[in-house]
Design a protein around this ligand. Structure first.
Ligand SMILES: C[S@@+](CC[C@H](N)C(=O)[O-])C[C@H]1O[C@@H](n2cnc3c(N)ncnc32)[C@H](O)[C@@H]1O
Length: 252
């Protein structure tokens, strides 16, 4: 899969140059058949556009307007299944490491529910889209405070644990891409593009092994409802319509 940074508007030339350098992808001024995808800056933010399929909706992460923003605004511990999975309640707001940040929706939801969240994303493109969304959210009065609770790292989760052998979080979260028909909370077309971009996370079991001594309370894994376990039998499971949370508690 080939990606280039496309300059559509020279107002964003410097930003585009910085991005091209940091993710080591070419900077181009027009669309050609040489690239499958283009990353484009506009006043709306950084967008991933497909050059190979007209049916794909351009991918832009936005925590300030639209569906995700609305979901964040309305989120409450009582309503969100993820709150139950982390056993959130008044007075319990754990410090969480999200090892599979993706589009950052779960991490931001946890932040909205009061948690402090560090997130790791290994795909340079997804990381760039998410970093840009957080930068925009930092400038909006409604989301500014929320962004202070989150920290994004560009890394692979396994190498993150190697670099931080003594790091301990209250809880760790994994939501790896499932190979087939994963129905996560993304619009279908966005999901297809996202899947093409990052592929199936077939090494997710390795994060499970790597994170073992790094959480004090629990590890939560999100899976499609009927998917096989990623590892051993969890302490308990919470199932919803499309997804399931496998929860591994530390022995107390
Ligand atoms: C299904 S998505 C996560 C969606 C996310 N929970 C959300 O709410 O948007 C999985 C993401 O994890 C990332 N990922 C998978 N394995 C990883 C690893 N070992 N280290 C860091 N990121 C990883 C993938 O690149 C992908 O962006």
């Amino acid at each position: 899969m080939t990606v280039a940074i496309l300059i559509k508007n020279t107002q964003f030339l410097e930003k585009s140059q910085r991005l091209a350098e940091s993710i080591k992808q070419p900077l181009v001024e027009s669309i050609t058949d040489d690239y499958h995808y283009y990353l484009v800056y506009s006043s709306a933010g950084l967008t991933l556009e497909s050059n190979i399929d007209d049916g794909f909706k351009p991918l832009l992460i936005d925590f300030t307007h639209g569906k995700t923003a609305q979901r964040l605004q309305q989120a409450s511990i009582r309503k969100e299944a993820i709150a139950k999975a982390f056993s959130l309640h008044k007075g319990k707001r754990p410090y969480i490491l999200d090892c599979t940040a993706g589009l950052g929706r779960d991490a931001m939801l946890l932040a909205k529910l009061g948690c402090r969240v560090d997130m790791i994303e290994r795909s340079p493109i997804v990381h760039a889209l998410l970093a840009d969304a957080l930068e925009r959210a930092r400038e909006e009065p409604n989301t500014m405070e929320l962004t202070k609770q989150v920290q994004l790292y560009h890394d692979d989760a396994q190498s993150y644990f190697e670099k931080h052998p003594n790091t301990h979080y209250d809880a760790i979260y994994l939501d790896p891409m499932f190979p087939e028909k994963k129905k996560c909370a993304l619009a279908q077309k966005e999901m297809q593009l996202f899947k093409k971009l990052v592929g199936a996370d077939l090494d997710a079991h390795l994060i499970f092994a790597a994170c073992q001594n790094h959480y004090k309370d629990r590890l939560v894994i999100k899976r499609p409802r009927l998917a096989p376990l990623l590892a051993q039998q969890p302490s308990y499971q919470l199932s919803g319509k499309a997804n399931r949370f496998d929860i591994y508690l530390t022995a107390s």
